[in-house]
Design a protein around this ligand. Sequence first.
Ligand code: ADP
Ligand code: MG
Length: 689
Amino acid sequence: MEFLKQNIKALQGVGPKTAQKLNRLKIQTVEDLLYHFPRDYDDRRNVKTINQLTAGEKSTIFGEIMGEARSLPKRGRLSILQTAIKDDTGKLYLTFFNMTYLKNKLKPGKIMMVSGEVKRGRYGLEMVNPTFELVDTMEREEDPDMILPVYPATEGLKQIQLINLQRSIADQVQKDTEDYLPQRIIKENRLCDLNFSLRNIHFPDSAKALKVAKYRLIFDEFLLLRLALLRIKQTVSKDLEGIALKRMAEFDQLLNGLPFRLTNAQRRTLEEIVSDLNKDVPMNRLVQGDVGSGKTIIAVLALYLAVLNGYQGTMMAPTEILAEQHYISLQEVFQPLGIKVGMLVGSLKKKTKEKLLEVIASGEIQIVVGTHAIIQEGVDFHKLALAITDEQHRFGVRQRAVLASKGINPHVLVMTATPIPRTLALILYGDLDISIIDELPPGRKPIKTYEKKLTEKDQAYHFVKKQLQEGRQAYVVCPLVEESEKIEAQAATEIAEELAATYFKDYRVGLLHGKMSPKEKEVIMGEFKGGEIHILVSTTVIEVGVNVPNASVMVIENAERFGLAQLHQLRGRVGRGAYQSYCLLLHDSKTDIAKERMGIMVETNDGFILSEKDLSLRGPGEFFGTRQHGLPEFKIANIFRHMKILKQVEVEVQKLLAEEETLSLEAYPRLKKKIEEKFEGLNDDISFS
Ligand code: ADP
Ligand code: MG
């Protein structure tokens, strides 16, 4: 068996217990171990004497153990061991947590080489849990591994164990590893070879070598994933038999009879979709369009085509409020045409639901809108040809796939208003074709955004009042309370009561929050849409999709608590009609970042610019929140930090595509094999078959 594929248990010194601990680090095979990269390095070339140490810096020193190690009183469950070492210039304390077993090892007179961060302790300088080795002399040896890896560890596994394991496999790895990248790619992208990178990522010869090694491994991670995604896209569209939907005269009648003309961007997107639907391979398309760019009508037209061809269509939204809105919009269009639309949400009564499921299964209902309820078991379609998810950023890849599985290779359309830079889209949606609606319907006046201190509330609400006097409506968004929907709901209730009792005595104030029943929400939304409610006080439940064109002003309280992307989504609830609209950010910004965010909101209405800024402000991780995108985790690459490398990878991908459009990679068998091995199973996760 290939060395890399062997179970770690086959390695010398790995017994069942160690294996178990390694498994906890998701290390099963030698290859997993090899790709368990250091999270940091101890640079031991910079050896100092004790009097040269500075608190806060990482350093390495040699010292002689001065006396027996002492156990200090336990702190909670922490056992503490302390010792001290000296050299000619001074004394350094070492403190170890939960490592009492060291007591027998750290004997007076022994010499230690110690690396770690220096801290100012109670008695003087100290290091806490430093890495160390017992050595023979105080002299610095010429050690080939002067930069030592520091691994993400787990309880009970010592760094030195991991280091030794890596050392033990290194030689065999070097012998067994063949580079899977062709020379051309290596040369043109000025990469080092694979063996060099795998050796140096663990035991770098120099800082430069480490940098080069990292670069190669990051490049590879991006490249392999991109190629895997593209190949899935190829197979999905190549092998599956889809449902060819014909463009019918009725379709163009509806299109030409719309109360407005589609924008050029909408038209282009629609043509792309119709052309996809027309083929007998399933569509997999993402429509990205800023809030208010008019995605719904595109969905409506696509659904119509499915129905005209004798099939069913479905549209899934992330919240009941949004599903409800879509239901209303769809009814407006489809009822006059005699097309039956059903709404499937979690809160339906059991009886109603059962009846609905029956008519969905029989095909009597032609279009189904709803929430996650649609992807539950027991929901069966008669002949589903088109599955749409709205506001895709709220759904995981899995859910998209489950929705598609409700039919036999249906066309899949996902719509999102979270604009992300193109390079990111390639990774996150690399398996989809992308259409972009980069134009707002004409006549839209850009929303005017102002920031005000919370203390200037008075001014803000007087402004709102003026808008109401002109016949408009308003939203007030309450402070975000991440931890608790209940507290958030309370805050909203209080604000609503206060506003109704003070500024807006003569108006009807409505309240909407996540703790209300769907029925209650529906009633409130209905009244707001109908103009009976003038001001809607709400939590972020209105964040996506809500469409009330007469609402022209939004106040966001404690705007500093929201991220840029979220503020932009919220702001998108106004400016949906022909009226000049306003967004007032009431904030109490203490940090520079919060202030900067307010500034950016005031400056621009463009979601794409905003998302790029958001990215650079917030940095990695947070941008997508906890959203599941269903992609495998990267070991070393980071889509935010390594954007430049990602761009370079993209250039290479284009070259490969130009060489061979189907990316079968027959010319590069090793690369092909690597991708197939690495992404075994990915296909099931993210394709739509
Ligand atoms: P989003 O892209 O945020 O989902 P919607 O589809 O809800 O946007 O559209 C926002 C509003 O713009 C709706 O009231 C819709 O009827 C209207 N609209 C869409 N397209 C056009 C257009 N081409 N011209 C004028 N109004 C449009
Ligand atoms: Mg929408």
